[in-house]
Structure formats: C-alpha cells, structure tokens
Design a protein around this ligand. Sequence first.
Ligand code: GDP
Length: 209
Amino acid sequence: MKNKPDLADGAEFEIVFVGRSNVGKSSIIRKLTGSKVRVGKRPGVTLKPTHVRLGDLLVTDMPGFGFMSGIKERKQDIVKDKIVHYIEDNAERIDLAVLVVDGSSFLDIVARWEERNEIPVDIELFKFLNEVGISVLLAINKMDKIDEAMADHALDDIVEKLGLPSPWNMWQDVVVPVSAKQNDLKKLSSCIRQRMHVARRDDLFRYIH
Ligand code: GDP
C-alpha cells in the first residue's frame, strides 16, 4: 500500500495518545520524549497517526477529533472509526493508551453533547479502551487554566463523567492532572514508567523525561 519505511516496524512497546484536537497531545508528547511532533496542527486535517520512534518504543499521536464548530460531525465519526480500527489492529503491540482531555473545557463540551443526547467521543473511547483491555491513563491537561480552589471539584466532576466514582484522587494510578505549558508532567511520566516497569521494560525509562 505504501513504500515509506514504517516507523512502527519492529516496535515492541507502544504508547498511544488519544484526545480531542487542541487538548495538548502533541505538547505533552514533545515534552515527555524530547522529540518533535507537530504542535498546533490544523485540527481535523490529519487522519493518520503521527509517530515518534525511540529504540523499540513507539509513541503514537492519534488524529484529534472535534474542534469547535469548524469540523463536521461526520468527520468526527470518521476520525473516531480510524482510531478504533488502529487500536484494534495493533492491540497486541499497544501497551498503554493515554487519553488526554482539556481540564478547562471538558465539562462544557460534555454538557453540549449531552444536550443533544449524544455521548462525547472522549467518553466512548475511554470505555472502548478499557473494554479491549488496554491499560489506560487519563491525563487531564491545562490544569494551569483552572483556579486552584476549584481544581478538586472540577477533577471529581471530570472523572465521574468518564464513569469513575469520585473523589478523583482515589484513582492515583489512572488519573493524572498535568500542565504541558507549565512543564508539570512528572506524575504522568512516573505513571508511564510504572507501566514500563510492570512490562519489565525499565530500559525504556530513559526515553520518558
Ligand atoms: P493537540 O492538538 O492535542 O496535539 O494539541 P497541541 O499540543 O497542538 O496544543 C494545542 C494548544 O494548546 C497549543 O496552543 C498549546 O500551546 C496549548 N497547550 C498545550 N498544553 C497546554 C497547557 O497545559 N496549558 C495551556 N494553557 N495551554 C496548553
């Protein structure tokens, strides 16, 4: 089908990043790995995953779904289907999925979908990932935009929407508030390393900062 060398060839440990456009997936990957993936891509334009390859570690930035009003609903479904197929096709190789949400807008976006009696794509994908048995982390990004006094409350509401009973900090190994902007990603990298450790791949620690 394609002649380009495939960055995925020979990869043994894959982490996929999934999330709405503009939530900060590329920023997080860039800061965690020190490798450039495109930041501020035009939302909805890319339908193919972008990869970073480090040794036999593959870090995959899935196409983002949804972005304000510019993207048609049908396109969101196409993106969602692409993500689901990629994950199903590569389930054997995928060790970890990181669902990234924008903590400062997630609840408003969910409310808008709920008004239309629809399930937000993020929530569907979170369920899907858990159902296929892939280990999932929920990275709640842009915490710098949330008033500190409101943070616990907002985080409780976010995890409840995703089907996890509050309080959020009961899910320390799954739910990780972060801020790529403020370089506050330590907790996320330690959760990722923890999964690598469980897979007896401590040798990969050096790729995740
Ligand atoms: P992606 O579409 O999910 O890959 O998102 P990008 O990484 O391209 O980021 C989208 C926008 O959000 C960019 O303007 C980033 O600078 C900004 N951004 C990313 N992370 C944060 C964060 O933690 N806080 C704030 N305030 N902005 C962020």
